[in-house]
Write a protein that binds this ligand. Sequence first.
Ligand code: ATP
Ligand code: MG
Length: 362
Amino acid sequence: MKNIILTGDRPTGRLHIGHYVGSLKERVRLQNEGNYDEMFIMIADSQALTDNFGTPKKVRNNVIEVLLDYLSVGLTPDKTTFFIQSGVNALPEITTYYMNLVTLPRLMRNPTVKNEIKMRGFDEESKGIPVGFANYPISQAADITAFKANIIPVGDDQLPMIEQTREIVKSFNNLYKEVLIMPKAFLPNNEICKRLPGTDGKEKMSKSIGNCIFLTDTKEEVYKKVMSMYTDPTHIRIEDKGHLEGNIVFTYLDAFCQNEHFKKYWPEYNNLDELKKHYTTGGLGDSKIKKFLYEILEEELAPIRERRKKYEKNLDEVYNILMEGTNKANLFANETLKDIKEAIGIDYNNKFLKEIKEKYES
Ligand code: ATP
Ligand code: MG
């Protein structure tokens, strides 16, 4: 069996450090290991429209931002195919056939969708749930299966989508013919990286909430965001005992900090456990820890910023990467659409039409 990797992001804003630890880092690792036949990365503009249909300009403008973010973290067009969802016509057609295999109550049971409906106010009587939005997990199943992808590196909010896709694959293959490949989600090993919370410490870090540290934030912006992070409200004086629970600075350290960081920036401690112990017994101020976190984030973000600058000077080349990738994506998705139509029995070729004509005329 071939190993085909597919992931994507919605162009609803620039990418943030939640994307980085939740999915982008894993994509770069997979790309550089090279143990795959194809790697596709999709900019999901059609999906982004399902809850941003009133602000299409926002979606359009962020396509290039997301692509620049990809290139700046080290994904490269010689190893990865980048494409734009709306440029692949087979995808909505495949979605249509899958819509018959899913019931409305099943769609509405999806916990991520439920949460997003609430966050977007679609549950209010005056608004209502757009059909396109409720349907996006099915369209995501089309995106994954159109490329016969089996490896899907995502954060854990995407698990219900992969589960929905797996159900569709099973139904389709049972009902028609074994043409679809069963995909599997790949999550980061680190628990916190599966769903990095926002700087507010509440919801997951998300472009639509505005609680993000973006890959494009300047040094100064990162410093400001880290220094104003919520810690432990009972930790007033340095000598007070600090608490780790709900302390977002420590959550981020759990996600980003490695022992080498101590050697480099804070040799007083050998590892995070020692730092936590000191904090919880008292005698350690929040600002010192925040500065340490800032250094660690900067170590990751500085080279990303540098790479981005280079690509920003060559926007024609960047657009070209997307156009070429989209052409290639069309070849793959059209091939699968052909298989799907044949499996259902709606592949009306010339031979079929000739048979019908002969039957009709006789
Ligand atoms: P939106 O608010 O528009 O939905 P988002 O910030 O949730 O944007 P997506 O484009 O929906 O970003 O997600 C793209 C990928 O990044 C998915 O695989 C998702 O699981 C992952 N991801 C997004 N946010 C986080 C996070 N905070 N922690 C870990 N992974 C994340
Ligand atoms: Mg999202």
